[in-house]
Structure formats: C-alpha cells, structure tokens
Design a binder for this molecule. Structure first.
Ligand SMILES: Nc1ncnc2c1ncn2[C@@H]1O[C@H](COP(=O)(O)OP(=O)(O)OP(=O)(O)O)[C@@H](O)[C@H]1O
Ligand SMILES: [Mg+2]
Length: 226
C-alpha cells in the first residue's frame, strides 16, 4: 500500500504533536498530484513548516499516514530514507549557501558528498546553473550576489539531483516583491519541466499573482483547498 497512484504526496489523518494535546498538525488530509504546483498557506503557527519537516523526514509524524513519491514515510529503513531524500529538493528562506565556496562549488556540494566524480559534478552543476540563468556567475562567491541571485543559486542546488519534488519554505521571505515574482516564475518553469512543486508562504498577494492551487492551514488543520 503506497497511497493513490497519481498522488505524489498523500497525507491521511496525519498528526504531529510535540507534547500531549498540543498539536502542530491535526488529522491532516491532503494530496498533491504528480506534476502539480501547490501553495501551502496559513497564518504564523498554522503548521506549514512542520508539514515540510515531515516531508523532509527531519521529524517523524506522531499519528496517521504520509505517502510521498511511492514511499510510506512511517516505515522506511535507513537506506530507504537516503534514497527517498535524494528524490526531494529543498529551498530555504535564508538561502543557506556556503560563503567560502563559489556558486558552482555550492551547487556541486551535494553530488560531491555523494561521491559523484568531479567532472560529472561540475557538468551537472553547470547545467542547473544555466537553467536558473546564472552561468556567467559560476565563479562568484555568494557574498558578491544579490538576494535574488543567491536564491536562484539555492534553487539550482536543490535541482542538481533532478528531484521529483521541490519543496520551499517561505522562499521569498527575504526578497522584495519584484524579486519574489522572479523566483516564483522560476518555480513555474521548473514545474512546467515536470517537477512537482510545493511552496509554503504566507504571502497572499504573491499567491494571487501566481495563481495556483492553494491549501490553507489553520492551527494544524486544512481549512481550505483552492
Ligand atoms: N520543536 C517544536 N516544539 C514545540 N512546538 C513546536 C515546535 N515546532 C513547531 N512547534 C509549534 O507547532 C505549531 C506550528 O508551527 P510551524 O512552524 O509549523 O508553523 P508555520 O505555519 O510554519 O508558521 P510561520 O508562518 O511562522 O513560519 C506552532 O504552534 C509552533 O509553536
Ligand atoms: Mg514556517
């Protein structure tokens, strides 16, 4: 049993609590189809980041079921966790680039750790850097880039293993409205190329501009599915 065949993410009665009776997520039921671009929104404390942490397996669910990309996250072995994580890209609000590495070296960091041969690492890194339109900055350091450029590098890094699913937690939280829209357009292109995208944001205006299906959480529950 691995969830519905056309759902990439499927949560059933999914709950997470940190202490008894205090639920960060309560009986969440939702699904994201393969190839979709979905926003996850809701007020501060609604549970958006908690849900993304469960998807990344940074934390384990307390109750209920979570199926992602054909895996049942409650029952994965250590090796399966690694395999599962390789299929997911993640973008943070604060970019999290390594300041002492060049743009290209930041992107090839993950393949490097995975033991991919150097020439292949660099080739893959350059390819994704081209996708985000920053190949001319490959030898720059993160500190020499604007916020929007840094976020594009971080997105390239998230794409280097060609993940089935791209997750982002408030990816435009540190960007002004113009750059935010630029980053969203990039997500749209990535989605059009076949990657399923789930973006958590409380920016209602941005969601309106991009116009994609939106799942709204309130106090750990789904209150609206657009
Ligand atoms: N490690 C933790 N221990 C205890 N409670 C936590 C922990 N992490 C999150 N929570 C609680 O879980 C609830 C959901 O938090 P979460 O960070 O998922 O919300 P969010 O929707 O991402 O909010 P924001 O928009 O501010 O980022 C909050 O009430 C929060 O206080
Ligand atoms: Mg959050």
């Amino acid at each position: 049993m691995s969830g519905s065949p056309n759902a990439l993410i499927e949560a059933r009665h999914l709950s997470k609590f940190y202490s008894r009776g205090l639920y960060a997520l309560k009986e969440l039921n939702l699904s994201v189809l393969r190839g979709e671009f979905v926003f996850l929104t809701g007020a501060s404390g609604a549970g958006k980041s908690t849900f993304l942490r469960l998807l990344l397996m940074q934390e384990r669910q307390s109750e209920g079921e979570l199926f992602v990309n054909g895996y049942n996250l409650a029952t994965l072995s250590k090796t399966e966790v690694q395999e599962y994580r390789r299929g997911i890209g993640f973008v943070f609000q604060d970019f999290k680039l390594i300041p002492t590495r060049t743009v290209l070296e930041n992107i090839s960091f993950v393949p490097e750790v995975q033991g991919v041969p150097l020439a292949q690492q660099r080739r893959k890194a350059f390819q994704v850097l081209k996708w985000v339109g920053l190949q001319h900055r490959m030898n720059a350091y993160p500190g020499d880039l604007s916020g929007g450029e840094q976020q594009r590098v971080a997105i390239a890094r998230a794409l280097v293993n060609e993940p089935a699913l791209l997750l982002a937690d408030e990816p435009t939280g540190n960007l002004d409205p113009d750059l935010s829209l630029e980053v969203m357009n990039l997500f749209r292109e990535i989605n059009a190329a076949g990657t399923t995208v789930l973006v958590a944001t409380h920016d209602r205006e941005l969601i309106r501009l991009v116009g994609r299906r939106t799942i709204t959480l309130d106090q750990g529950r789904v209150v609206e599915v657009g």
